[in-house]
Design a protein around this ligand. Structure first.
Ligand code: 3Y8
Ligand code: NAP
Length: 253
């Protein structure tokens, strides 16, 4: 089958996606970068960029057809499960080649005091009775899961200033976008006298500092397992994705 020059849709919003965008731009590959539009001023990318949802599986399939996309690279966050499921369905429907660029989950090392939970709800149900001071480093979309536990002090880290009151009577927030550093996260935990860190098992380098800071300060961590996804081809590096692109994963394969 005659292969066509690739026309790539890169679903982004992570450190790996930004690295992938630079690799595609450097290789002169025709690609479009896509953000969901969750933040006010997302990092600029070296590719033409679209922002906003597609409108479910049908909207994404229509986008793939209308833009003659031959390859979809899903470099979204491991917790962005909905878009990843939509990409699997839309690529199957349109015979578009699909690969996920995914970083491995974090694994505990010596000195880590981690408890793993299958969901944020399980972690909220396991909060100790004694009032903790919690670094709830899960962003802003799921804070309501903890709203029924008003007793602790919550420290939140958000990308944009909250537009609505936070669902906790006893909370502070910092505005910051990663990648974060061990020094700054250790200072943050000490400044707020944090006793427990709650985080998603995002993997990668950009969000790992708070776990290293927790280890340094001998703090426990509640870590949320990433949601399960249907099987799909997975690459660990942008170089692996480029090889996949060049090995003629032609349209319709
Ligand atoms: C809009 C794009 C890059 C990408 C950087 C990575 C690293 C910094 C760490 C903490 C945890 C958290 C959150 C986080 C990290 C990277 C990466 C990563 C975690 C931006 C970005 C977008 C988003 C969306 C945002 C969510 C939120 C989650 C904050 C840009 C900065 C907590 C996930 O305010 C909101 O509504 C924020 C929403 C989805 C999770 C949530 O549910 O609230 N990410 N994050 C993407 C889009 O519109 O498509 O604005 O520039 C990207 C990054 N966030 O190129 O350097 O790769 O993991 N993002 C988590 O991991 O738990 C912060 O504070 O320690
Ligand atoms: P999600 O729950 O998987 O997706 C919800 C809806 O948002 C999708 O159905 C889709 O809308 C839209 N969407 C998501 N990612 C998109 C993208 N890259 N381009 C266009 N539309 C997108 O996603 P989420 O957890 O809200 O994450 C949103 C974005 O933030 C993603 O790009 C992700 O990589 C990034 N991010 C998320 C986290 C996290 O913790 N979830 C952490 C870091 C970065 P339609 O159905 O209308 O197409």
């Amino acid at each position: 089958m005659q292969t066509q020059p690739p026309c790539v849709l890169l679903l982004g919003g992570t450190t790996e996606a930004s690295r992938m965008a630079r690799a595609l731009a450097a290789a002169g590959i025709d690609a479009i970068f896509s953000y969901a539009g969750r933040t006010q001023t997302p990092v600029a990318q070296p590719l033409p960029t679209r922002i906003g949802g597609f409108g479910g599986v049908s909207g994404l399939a229509a986008y793939l057809r209308a833009n003659a996309i031959t390859h979809l690279i899903d470099a979204t966050h491991p917790f962005a499960a909905q878009i990843s499921r939509n990409a699997i369905s839309a690529c199957a429907e349109t015979a578009t080649a699909l690969i996920a660029l995914e970083r491995p989950a974090w694994a505990p090392g010596p000195g880590d005091h981690w408890r793993n939970f299958p969901s944020l709800e399980h972690a909220a149900a396991a909060l100790p009775e004694k009032p903790e001071r919690i670094f709830l480093a899960i962003g802003k979309q799921n804070l309501d899961v903890f709203a029924h536990r008003p007793e602790p002090f919550y420290l939140l880290r958000l990308v944009d200033a909250p537009t609505a009151p936070l669902p906790f009577p006893n909370a502070a927030h910092v505005l910051d976008r990663g990648p974060f550093s061990l020094e700054s996260d250790r200072a943050l935990l000490r400044r707020h006298r944090i006793t427990l860190v709650i985080a998603k098992n995002a993997g990668g380098d950009g969000a790992r500092a708070k776990l290293d800071a927790a280890r340094a300060l001998h703090l426990p961590v509640f870590l949320i397992d990433r949601p399960a996804l249907p099987a799909r081809p997975i690459a660990a590096t942008p170089e692996e994705v480029l090889r996949w692109l060049h090995h003629g994963a032609a349209r319709g394969v």
